[in-house]
Design a protein around this ligand. Structure first.
Ligand SMILES: [Ca+2]
Length: 481
């Protein structure tokens, strides 16, 4: 048997977190949701019915301005879980496995495994699309464990019941109870895992696939929501209305998932309201599954020794500016719910700008593990302890060219670009030179582009510099073809 010193030397040589000696080893519960925007009760939604998440928010620190690094599943999840920006890890689309680009990447669950935690995953944690980004190295038990690395292949659209020829452009109830869809099963598997692992430190990840399109959920959640006009956002436009005049054309890319893909198919007003209600139904479905998992923590008396991170990988448009789905550089697509509960951290709300990239160093920090030298985010632990403290850090996001999206949709170079949030400002630079500057305090719906306003010239210059220094040239890298 190798000596402990040899083990520590081995961990150090690999850049892995070393096991803490006598420190308490809290569990980690990571709850990942797919394409969830701010349509949650505790985030101010009037139409959401999310009692479990609202109750959880009262026990956690809720971040109101957390931004994903890319508004798309794989690049966002890869960045969050490797601690690297999409540019650094080289994953900017849904068709690239991060190990093809960076074989020695160290994921967050890998760090915990190396330090003696048991790491298990249920549902969608890394990207699970046409090229499943499963990672056996990350888990003791989970997707990809014991399987070879997937090889590149050409994704195919799936046939099925749908509103148009876009496979994701569909919604409606499905017969049966919670376990009629995968997420109900993932929640129950996670609860069973918690019972099995309650005596050992665990890193448990449960990933729910809703409210990602198609917007299907068990019928009882559809019965909770009906189409309505009373909750329409200020910037809402029906699918049959002309493009909004206040945003650059680059921002108004064709719709994906819903009412798309190329604006040749537009929906009716009733369909738009129906799709919004379907999204709310999927969110209520997820809320109930989160409630199951969080209640199990309490029943097993694990709450006081478990770090809980609740997060979505990207946001989602529900008709704001006439846009649907993700893959824009606008607020609804980039901003995500993020709530963190940790032992000895008081509940609160933080309005500071943070990145999903920060989750990696934060969780290591909260668990008492040494910082990972490669991680590009910063620990949010000081902000968790004092949610209103100064936090003068920008959040960067990028949307590169996407050639191979389902349903024949694509993001052209002109629709892509980069953005930075800093303080009250959001600046977007689309590839090709079109820009927008928004004051998120006075104009949360992003209906006033301030780029041409002389009184904001100094702010614009500052934001341009921030983004230019960050991006070193401004053009996002092209994905692998
Ligand atoms: Ca997603």
């Amino acid at each position: 048997m190798k000596s402990p010193i040899l083990f520590i030397a081995l961990f150090a040589s690999l850049g892995l977190a070393q096991p803490a000696s006598a420190a308490p080893r809290p569990n980690v519960l990571l709850i990942m949701v797919d394409d969830l925007n701010g349509e949650v009760g505790c985030y101010g939604s009037k139409s959401a019915k999310t009692p479990s998440l609202d109750a959880f928010a009262g026990t956690a620190v809720r971040f109101t301005r957390a931004y994903c690094q890319a508004p798309l599943c794989n690049p966002s999840r890869t960045s969050m879980l490797t601690g690297l920006r999409p540019d650094t890890v080289g994953v900017v689309d849904n068709n690239t496995h991060f190990r093809w680009k960076k074989a020695d990447a160290l994921t967050l669950p890998q760090q915990f495994r190396a330090a003696g935690w048991r790491a298990e995953a249920f549902g969608k944690i890394f990207h699970g699309g046409s090229i499943p980004v499963e990672d056996g190295a990350s888990w003791d038990r989970g997707p990809g464990t014991g399987k070879p690395l997937p090889k590149p292949s050409v994704p195919k659209s799936k046939p099925g019941r749908q509103r148009t020829d876009n496979p994701w452009d569909a919604w409606g109830p499905i017969p049966g109870g919670d376990t009629a869809a995968g997420d109900g099963n993932y929640a129950r598997a996670a609860v069973a895992a918690m019972k099995r692992l309650k005596d050992a430190p665990f890193f448990l990840a449960v990933g729910f696939k809703k409210p990602h399109a198609p917007l299907n959920a068990p019928e009882k959640y559809f019965a909770m929501h009906s189409p309505q006009t009373s909750d329409l956002p200020t910037s809402f436009r029906y699918p049959d209305e002309p493009p909004v005049p206040y945003l650059p054309a680059n921002a108004l890319r064709p719709n994906f998932d819903l009412f798309g893909p190329q604006r040749t198919v537009t929906g009716t007003r009733d369909e738009a309201l129906s799709a919004r209600a379907a999204y709310a139904a999927c969110v209520s479905y997820i809320d109930a599954q989160c409630g199951l998992v969080l209640d199990a923590l309490d029943q097993l008396k694990l709450r006081d020794n478990t770090i809980v991170v609740f997060v979505s990988d990207n946001g989602f448009h529900l008709g704001e500016h006439g846009l649907w789905s993700k893959m824009t550089l606008l607020e609804e697509s980039l901003r995500v719910p993020l709530m963190i509960r940790a032992p000895e951290i008081a509940p609160g709300v933080s309005d500071r700008v943070v990145e999903l990239l920060d989750i990696y160093p934060t969780v290591l920090d909260l668990a008492g593990l040494p910082p990972a030298p490669h991680a590009e985010g910063r620990s949010l632990a000081p902000l968790l302890r004092q949610p209103d403290r100064d936090w003068p850090h920008p959040a960067f996001s990028q949307l590169p060219l996407q050639e191979r999206l389902p349903g024949g949709a694509r993001i052209t170079e002109e629709m892509g670009g980069r953005s930075v949030h800093f303080d009250r400002w959001h600046y977007v630079a689309w590839t090709g030179g079109v820009e927008a500057l928004f004051d998120m305090k006075s104009d949360p719906w992003q209906m006033q582009n301030l780029v041409a306003k002389p009184e904001h010239a100094a702010t614009l210059a500052r934001m341009r510099t921030l983004l230019k220094e960050h991006a070193a040239g401004g053009a996002p890298p092209k994905p692998q073809s």
